[in-house]
Design a protein around this ligand. Structure first.
Ligand code: SF4
Length: 231
């Protein structure tokens, strides 16, 4: 990839986020447990539904230790309204492993994505999110929004439904990370936000997009743009 394009993409993206990023509660903390809870809740559930539930849940279970000590049923009950209860069950199992099993003597979540992935219910995306958003590590992450932005900007022919396409966007996500962990925090938040607000699945709002100057889909014109893309 052209280093100038990568640099411009990152600089414009982070600048845009500093002005336009939403003020969300999990963006104000670096507590790994709180970050993990937000990430689990945000899988399959809209931000507007997560915000009130997040505060309520943390009031009931302020730390991973509170989760580990609770009966699994109580954690599931506190999760009610969010659906996909396997997430709550996995969180309970994870809390037990981290605080009880002796695998982690400090009783906290590990900072490295590879170590996080060994815990119950933690996939590649969540591992990258906790590592980057809680510990400010240079960890890449790809969810649906990030995958879509990367595909449209850097790899319009990547098929995200295939293992090969996924591998390709994960490799790009890693290659475009900024140099420091602190900047990576902003970068990862920003690319997710761009996918949620500007480069959405239904419509790509290219006219207000901060990275259009370096976007391959935009440069190729509407006949190459994703369905529903507006210019
Ligand atoms: S220019 Fe358009 S297609 Fe490219 S990233 Fe921005 S919104 Fe998406």
């Amino acid at each position: 990839m052209d280093p100038t394009v990568v640099r411009t993409f990152g600089t414009q993206l982070r600048k845009w986020f500093r002005k336009n990023g939403r003020d969300l509660p999990w963006r104000k903390t670096r507590d790994p447990y709180r970050i993990l809870v937000s990430e689990l809740m945000l899988q399959q559930t809209q931000v507007s539904r997560v915000v009130p539930k997040y505060a309520e849940f943390l009031e009931t279970f302020p730390t991973l230790h509170h989760i580990a000590r609770a009966k699994p049923m109580r954690v599931t009950e506190a999760w009610s309204g969010l659906g996909y209860y396997a997430r709550a069950r996995n969180l309970h199992a994870l809390a037990k492993v981290v605080t009880d099993s002796g695998r982690n003597v400090y009783g906290v979540l590990p900072p490295d994505a590879e170590d996080l992935r060994e815990l119950p219910g933690i996939g590649a995306y969540t591992a990258g999110a906790v590592s980057s958003f809680a510990y400010e590590r240079r960890a890449e992450l790809v969810d649906t929004n990030v995958g879509r932005v990367i595909k449209r900007v850097f790899a319009p022919h990547a098929d995200l439904k295939t293992g090969k396409g996924q591998k390709q966007v994960w490799a790009i996500a890693k290659a475009i990370l900024p140099r420091t962990g602190k900047a990576t925090w902003v970068h990862n938040q920003a690319i997710m936000e761009l996918g949620a607000l500007v480069c959405t699945a239904r419509v790509a709002h290219c006219h207000v997009c901060p990275v259009r100057k370096v976007c391959t889909t935009y440069a190729r014109g509407s006949s190459f743009a994703a369905p529903g893309t507006t210019r």
